[in-house]
Ligand binder design. Structure first.
Ligand code: UDP
Length: 381
């Protein structure tokens, strides 16, 4: 009998499983998809180009222990992520920064605006758009309005079906206005792409005595939870070990309080027999088109190959329909309250732990999930 059953084989599940196995525990991972790696999974398409099946994943972190930990399982391709937003015929650096300011207003006016902004906020600082919009000085107000209308409003409407002020400020705050010439999307000390891809990283992470991975096994087929007694049954027999669940928390309990809202995405892949499709790894369509962004994989991975594959992301409501996937928790007070109800339910089971984006209903980046998984494993030794 395994000491641990881990549900889900993305960053959360794979890291916690490895840590426990290194302590001599037996760990069974049950994954409902037919592959490891969760949403970070990558594979070569029919043209031999390495693509991220569930949208672009760019690793970046300030957490040295996470970087050091993952570096045990991969070398890195030193990619610094840069994004531009397509506004009319302009490609503006995103986050909107001093270079973008110059492209929109010209050198002279941009200089004046920079001075006015720096007086209030300082240099090399990040200012959330919703904060900048509160600035009453006419020049700043006008600039904030430009950025709001051309960078945030329509992109956010597409992504969330809501305006920026209707979503949690931590979400729009992920992409601030940056009073800097630095065009990088992330300023983290460590950033890059796993040299041979994420799937290879996961293969090494999971290749350890004591770890068994079963693919194409939906947890609800083999596990059942009895709330009254707090008992858990695995394949019909009472299971006395510990369960770490990394899937959607509402689905674990049959959505008994109603579905937690998530945003989903449809991905459309396109191949072009050209060297490159666009000038940057990611181009955000911040005012036009139905998709939010186009990513060109070989610009992220540095792969040298003939032709190029891109991906377009079309945001969708998540309804739970077969084949749809929940990618983003929609954080607000009401949804948090619903989440808390499921969390209390999970507490009926003393040896059940919730871990990751879906189980904790949070907007975690990959490094934050890996960090949480390391923490959870430590707390269990
Ligand atoms: N955002 C925006 N315009 C952009 C980029 C981001 O309005 O050009 C907003 C949008 O609401 C988005 C959020 O900022 O959902 C966070 O963006 P991020 O790039 O971090 O999203 P992710 O890569 O996690 O999908």
């Amino acid at each position: 009998m395994e000491d641990y059953i881990v549900i889900g084989c993305g960053f959360a599940g794979a890291v916690v499983a490895r840590q426990l196995a290194e302590k001599g525990k037996k760990v069974l991972i049950l994954e409902q998809r037919d592959h490891i790696g969760g949403n970070a999974y990558d594979e070569k398409d029919s043209h031999g180009i390495l693509v991220h099946k569930y949208g672009p994943h760019i690793f970046h972190t300030e957490k040295k222990r996470v970087f050091d930990y993952l570096s045990r399982f991969t070398d890195w391709y030193g990619y610094s992520h840069e994004v531009v937003g397509k506004v009319g015929d302009k490609l503006l650096p995103i986050p909107f920064n001093l270079n973008a300011l110059e492209l929109v207003y010209g050198k002279e006016k941009a200089k004046q605006l920079q001075k006015i902004l720096e007086e209030q906020y300082g240099t090399e600082v990040k200012v959330p758009i919703l904060e900048l919009r509160k600035d009453k000085r006419p020049e700043v107000w006008q600039l904030a309005e430009y950025v709001y209308q051309n960078v945030f409003l329509k992109y956010t409407m597409k992504q969330w079906g809501k305006a920026p002020e209707e979503i949690d400020p931590s979400v729009s705050g992920r992409v601030p206005v940056f009073l800097s010439r630095d065009n990088r999307y992330f300023q983290d000390t460590w950033q890059g792409m796993p040299k041979e891809g994420y799937t290879a990283l996961f293969q090494r992470l999971l290749n350890y005595p004591g770890i068994t991975v079963q693919l194409s096994v939906p947890a609800e087929k083999v596990l059942s939870f009895d709330r009254e007694s707090g008992r858990v049954y695995f394949e019909g027999k009472e299971y006395g070990g510990t369960i770490i669940y990394t899937g959607a928390i509402d689905e674990l309990f049959g959505c008994c309080y109603g579905r937690l809202p998530y945003r989903s995405l449809d991905f459309v892949f396109e191949y072009y027999p050209e060297e490159f499709y666009q000038s940057h790894g990611v181009v955000n369509y911040t005012v036009s088109e139905d998709y939010t962004r186009i990513t060109e994989f070989k610009r992220l991975t540095g792969q040298i190959c003939e032709g190029t594959t891109i991906i377009k992301e079309y945001p969708r409501n998540y309804t739970g329909e077969a084949g749809q996937k929940p990618y983003y928790a929609i954080q607000n007070k009401e949804n948090q309250a619903l989440y808390e109800k499921y969390k209390s339910l999970a507490k009926c089971f003393p040896r059940l732990y919730m871990l990751g984006r879906l189980a904790e209903y949070k907007y975690y980046n990959m490094d934050a999930i890996a960090d949480r998984a390391l923490e959870l494993a430590e707390s269990l030794y």
